[in-house]
Design a protein around this ligand. Sequence first.
Ligand SMILES: [Zn+2]
Length: 126
Amino acid sequence: MCQSKVILDTDNFWNVKDGMEVLIHEYGHILDFLINQILNNQNQHFDSRKYLISSLANDTKITNEAYQKLLAYGVVRSLYGRSTSSSNWELFAEAFTRWIVTPEPNRDLGWEKLDKFFRIDLPTKL
Ligand SMILES: [Zn+2]
């Protein structure tokens, strides 16, 4: 099981029971795996993690992939999400965690970008 190390967790930002964010993080991995499995079985070359990074940069003028990745790091705000920087495997799971567990009063522009990604952008690929 992965260890979710969300920066903002230190001051109870998520407001969830201990361990719950780790479970949700694992669900993020499952979602990531299934989407890639489904779409790649349909002979589509799809990488959900690259799609996450590029989608978060929508509505910005950031086109350079390296800068898009920095933006994604800023939105997700997880050191652990940066730990697999070449594959972005953990970034996707941490993005999913932030989207699910962020309480309503703490939902900011970054959360709104994640909300758009998980509710609108990603489902259009299925
Ligand atoms: Zn993980």
